[in-house]
Design a binder for this molecule. Sequence first.
Ligand SMILES: Nc1nc2c(ncn2[C@@H]2O[C@H](COP(=O)(O)OP(=O)(O)OP(=O)(O)O)[C@@H](O)[C@H]2O)c(=O)[nH]1
Ligand SMILES: [Mg+2]
Length: 198
Amino acid sequence: MIIDARKREIRFKIVYYGPAVSGKTTNIKQIHARYPGPKGDLVTIDTEGERTLVFDFLPIEIEIIKGFKTRFYLYTVPGQYFYKATRKMVLKGADGVIFVVDSSRARLRDNVQSFKELVETLKAYGLVRIPIVIQYNKRDVPDAMPLEELQKRLNPYRFPAFEAVAVQGKGVFKTLEAMIKLLVRSFIKRSLASGKRR
Ligand SMILES: Nc1nc2c(ncn2[C@@H]2O[C@H](COP(=O)(O)OP(=O)(O)OP(=O)(O)O)[C@@H](O)[C@H]2O)c(=O)[nH]1
Ligand SMILES: [Mg+2]
């Protein structure tokens, strides 16, 4: 989180993380297309296979805290296994992570592997306490795992979790709103705590 006193702006960085083709870019594209308020340009770098190579970001102004504008920057990482270094770089300075799961049973191992990698990187950055929200995407695929089983396998700590069909825009805003609430709540808590110390 960055507080820019000159611009009277608070900036949060939210990273959409998860295995390849789970729907991270789709989430951001849906938000960009449907969000009615002020928003920045979507910056995407696609390779031939239509996969994100580097990252996309999207600044959205949402609400005001104490006379400051609050801006949320949304990033996605490339999920393909060999882009690990890029994923690590994009996670730097993240305020919150939305982990996008592919509900397909065939992708269970990739989901588990990706979540493990996420936890390792957050630990390496000392970001163990940042909010994490899980999105079970692709609920429409024929081999989608039951929710309870996904929760057991991928969410033992019971982070807030939401179902989604991102291509249809379902669950996309619900997931983002949950993250924003967590970020704003923890920001206010921290501000109050530091106010008391003074
Ligand atoms: N059936 C189904 N397809 C989806 C859903 N969400 C996304 N897709 C499709 O899955 C494919 C991959 O989506 P992306 O959003 O590009 O996936 P990604 O997670 O950004 O992938 P990487 O950038 O490679 O890590 C696209 O063809 C999407 O249209 C969904 O809820 N259901
Ligand atoms: Mg992508």
